[in-house]
Design a protein around this ligand. Sequence first.
Ligand code: PLP
Length: 413
Amino acid sequence: MKTPFVTAAQVEEICAKYPTPFHLYDEAGIRKNARDLHKAFSWNPGFKEYFAVKATPTPAILKLLHEEGCGMDCSSLTELMMSDRCGIRGSEIMFSSNATPPEEFQLADKLGAIINLDDFTHIDFLERTIGYIPETISCRYNPGGTFAISNTIMDNPGDAKYGMTRPQMTEAFRILKEKGAKHFGIHSFLASNTVTNDYYPTLAAILFRTAVELKEETGVHIAFINLSGGIGIPYLPDQPANDIFAIGEGVRKAYEQILVPAGMGDVAIYTELGRFMLAPYGHLVATAVHEKHTHKEYIGLDACAVNLMRPAMYGAYHHITVMGKENEACDHVYDVTGSLCENNDKFAIDRALPKIDIGDRIVIHDTGAHGFSMGYNYNGKLRSAEILLKEDGTTELIRRAETPDDYFATLLW
Ligand SMILES: *Cc1c(COP(=O)(O)O)cnc(C)c1O
């Protein structure tokens, strides 16, 4: 069962101060999860999580993760600027981008970020753009084909636009070495939102073997292996969660079996988790403002898909709790909608819920990652506020809601 990290009384108290809709984040949950991740990989002295900024690009959240030892994984100019604004720079930034504009490489270089090259042609492009090849450099690997764990196809790397082929990796390492690179990283992201403890260990074994081969072929020093993102969370109420300790242990076993015998026991493990770090620790809080009885039963919220795009975009399930009715029978079936002029603006379709009354507070679960951050302004809708529920139970407004002035700010007349 999924239960909110706030009580109905707490939600009412917050709503008395800030109008719905808003995104609410759970500091205690974020910190505990980050600590567990670090514990799970504490066997690896160089371990570092680079939080995927795109998941939740909110300074208060980034600073909190930084306090827990995380660096930042940035993919764009403003994500780099955001990290810089939070005082997170140098090797605490991983710049993993694709189809990269030159000014982004320039800023990444200026901030001292570790650059992860998406493509073979980026070697030349980077050198021309910043004038040299950094001593520490990483390359993104795409093995192609399909990626399976015990015969279950997880994803289709062969169709993905990211990364270099296996022969390109060898060639890239050779050329980068000639151009002065000294410490190399290997990065790969083969499946998204995996809810199995086998994803990282399976990926790690592939990358560890590749690292051993690349070292033999090119003689480079492999300093780190970046398992990137992809550890998922159980969006469905009865889905079992990943066990980060089992995942850390699985990666450790592959490390002992493959890297240590090859004399590569100094390789650091990096991760770039986004969803796993934040998704469960965010709620989109909304109010039921309309009910409609036509061919179906509808509940209209004051939030819409611009606040949370995943259901409209991917048909993603997000659990819903009607606050104050947590223990009531789910004996009504609703489509829970927003107000966009788009029929896919539905947070839930045919969802069994307790009877909803106008004014009920609605918590939409697992919106801490790719929630606010995927927001947009369609229909002239404005982005909501973000609020942090602190460990001591108080709340802090960490981003104000947009106003019509913000919406009109880019007009030239
Ligand atoms: C999106 C992304 C991540 C994070 O993915 P999650 O599925 O949220 O863990 C990490 N690295 C890169 C390069 C990404 O694009």
